[in-house]
Design a protein around this ligand. Sequence first.
Ligand SMILES: [Zn+2]
Length: 308
Amino acid sequence: MTTALLTHEDCLNHISPYGHPECVERLPVVLGALDGPDFSDLRHVEVNLATIDQLKLVHSQEHIDHVLGLVPADGHAMIDGDTYLSAGSADAALRAAGAVCQGVDLVMSGDISNAFCAVRPPGHHAEPGQAMGFCLFNSVAVGALYARSKYFCHRVAIIDFDVHHGNGTQTIAENTTGIFYASTHQSPLYPGTGHVFDDGKGVIVNAPLAAGSGSNAFRKSLENRILPALVEFKPDFIFISAGFDAHKLDPLADLNLDTDDYYYATEEIMKVARKYAKGRVVSTLEGGYNLGIIGECAAAHVSALMKG
Ligand SMILES: [Zn+2]
């Protein structure tokens, strides 16, 4: 069983304004935590840029042109109060989406069992026609629709345990046959979507958690809602939106997960992947803003991936 670690130094060149939580330093922290002897079996892959055709599986040409056209020669361009571009943002965002697609290629070729994409900016808030919430392109959705169009995977699941609801990913799942989207997230919280009554619009399973919820509530929402629905869906490929901002030490939200919860959640998803999807899993980094803790969270997550 081989797990690939997909990344590219271009992802360091998406530079947020001073004090922004989605900062460059997040990536070296994550990569540093995956650099010890426990991770010596990881296959390191330098990722390609996503192609425009790959982005167009999810995004309108107008959105792609708009985002790429906003990239400033220096300084920052603002999309909204949370979402900025710097001179390196286009290549970073294209590497992020490209990583998920390349992970799909590697998994489908049998070269590797599964993959973790250590990339930024994150993607799950990006709507087909709107960048928002630190996200420019919806990388995980681009990868999911790529698996569907290139490899005829017709039962593709996306599991999102970032503390924020992946509004963009849900929109895309609602409008695409054969895409399952399940999310645990704090509610109420940005972006204000992800209510339980969203269920029934396609294959959407939202498990909102009240502020202050911890490991027990998180694990129960997986055991009682998300995993049974995932088993019923019988995915042929599973993607993970791996945000680590539900950790109790994260500064942006108020859930109280422990590092072990990321190992647990990943292991449970892997069980379903082995049973129905030939172990095919591609995970990508979303949020996680405590620089002192996201490394060990990512290490717990990748450890479970490496066990296959
Ligand atoms: Zn988040």
